[in-house]
Design a protein around this ligand. Structure first.
Ligand code: HAM
Length: 425
């Protein structure tokens, strides 16, 4: 038997009702902040991710699904393509390609699958779903303003509240700009020199190629060493320090609680200045529901114009796991099950179903070959509120037996009254 591939899974009903519940709340909230949807391809040129997310990150170094495409001619070498491990790179590529900066500030979001070849566990999959949002534009459109950072953080707090997720923590840091990073990397290299020999092989490599990535290390034995390393917060230049303070001042003013965490550097290389994560205790080891930050130099590093930006991605799988709501609570059960009774009653039952569905009722339709007992069983199993019997006599009288499956109460209802009768309560 062929099964789903390790790290992938099927999302089945009624669980999918929760996903729809989340996505419709997300679209409502995003609309209120004037975000619009963008859909980019699921695969891109490998170089896009290597240059934006960064060669030395776990994502690019270990986790990408990459293959060489066939060339047009047999002799021609194919392109290297990669399933997107995240959405920001593709959105910034689209921003550059379509000159979206001409429109001023862009507030974009996308919802869809991402792919990382990580070790699967609860809350970690190889195909997972992100709800990603980005605010990007030319500096003249105010894209660099701390007001944008704070607006994003406040929007996320609003969204989580709206979904009934209460016990989240917002961790905030500034990872500075390229200037700060140069000084910080220098200090990190120095601090690592005497101790790196005792660290894991990944850290030994990172210490040379990209020392900031040492902070991504999960090896328990390395943690006491990492705890003592210098922090980026000590290396912020004046503009970066001020920017970060202004972000915090607005976030405080709008009443969103946060904690500062100067170890938070995020696992992608494009970040500058504000970096953040929302965590949720109940999730266990994979407790980051979402993460994001600023990437003021990303567009230029991909050959585009100056286009500061900030964004985030919610792990939708994890968001759904942290809902208190149950799938049963959000799924809409049939208002009525229509049971045609006896040969030749299917057409009339279909007509009734069509009429009732026009009234925005959820209608399940049986078949004239079912005996009454079977129709009742099927209707009950489907969780229908009412069963509507469509037999020969009913068709003649144009009034139908309607039974409330919870109370057992049965009434005869003229056709014209059916929508009101079924739709009430
Ligand atoms: P990220 O932190 O790599 O950031 O991913 C964001 C979220 O995606 C994580 O907090 C987590 O909830 C979810 N996630 C990541 N990997 C997995 C996985 N294997 N299984 C399940 N969920 C996962 C980014 O991707 C950035 N592009 C965010 C961003 C947008 N920054 C600026 N704009």
């Amino acid at each position: 038997m062929i099964k789903s591939v390790r790290g992938t899974r099927d999302l089945l009903p009624p669980e999918t009702a929760l996903w729809n519940f989340v996505e419709s709340a997300v679209r409502d909230v995003f609309r209120a902040y004037n975000f619009q949807e963008i859909r980019t391809p699921i695969f891109e040129e490998t170089a896009l991710f290597a240059r934006s997310v960064g060669e030395e990150t776990d994502i690019v170094a270990k986790e990408m699904y990459t293959w060489e495409d066939r060339g047009r001619a047999a002799s021609e070498k194919g392109q290297s393509l990669t399933l997107r491990p995240e959405a920001t790179a593709g959105i910034v590529r689209a921003y550059i390609e379509h000159k979206l900066g001409d429109r001023g500030l862009n507030k974009l979001y996308c919802i869809g699958p991402m792919f990382r070849r990580e070790r699967p566990q609860k809350g970690r999959y190889r195909q997972f779903y992100q709800i990603d949002a980005e605010v990007i534009g030319p500096p003249s459109a105010g894209s660099e303003s701390p007001a944008r950072d704070a607006e994003i953080l406040e929007m996320l707090a609003t969204l989580l509240d709206r979904l009934g997720i209460t016990d989240w923590d917002l961790e905030l840091n500034s990872v500075g700009c390229a200037n700060d990073r140069a000084a910080f990397n220098e200090a990190l290299r120095k601090a690592l020199e005497p101790v790196v020999g005792r660290m894991c092989v990944d850290c030994q490599r990172r210490a040379v190629t990209n020392p900031l990535r040492v902070f991504d290390c999960k090896v328990p034995e390395d943690q006491p060493i990492i705890e003592k390393l210098p922090r980026i917060s000590q290396f912020l230049d004046e503009p970066c320090r001020q920017h970060f303070e202004k972000v915090q001042a607005i976030v405080q003013a709008v009443g969103v609680p946060f904690t500062l965490n100067d170890r938070l550097v995020r696992g992608l290389d494009y970040y500058t200045r504000t970096a953040f994560e929302f965590t949720h205790g109940a999730l266990g080891a994979q407790n980051a529901i979402l993460g994001g930050g600023r990437y003021d130099g990303l567009s230029e590093s991909l050959g585009g114009p100056a286009a500061p930006g900030i964004g985030f991605a919610i792990g939708e799988d994890r968001l759904v796991m942290s809902l208190k709501e149950s799938a049963e609570g959000v799924v809409r059960k049939p208002d009525v099950y229509i049971a045609p009774l006896g040969a030749g009653t299917n057409p009339e039952a279909a007509r009734l179903a069509r009429e009732l569905r026009h009234h925005d009722l959820v209608v399940e339709l049986g078949d004239e070959s079912f005996r009454l007992k079977k129709s009742f069983e099927v209707a009950t199993k489907a969780g229908a509120k009412y069963i509507l019997i469509v037999g020969e006599n009913e068709v003649k009288a144009d009034a139908f037996a309607l039974k409330n499956l919870a109370t057992g109460e049965q009434v005869s209802v003229p056709r014209a009254d059916l929508p009101r009768q079924i739709g009430q309560n």
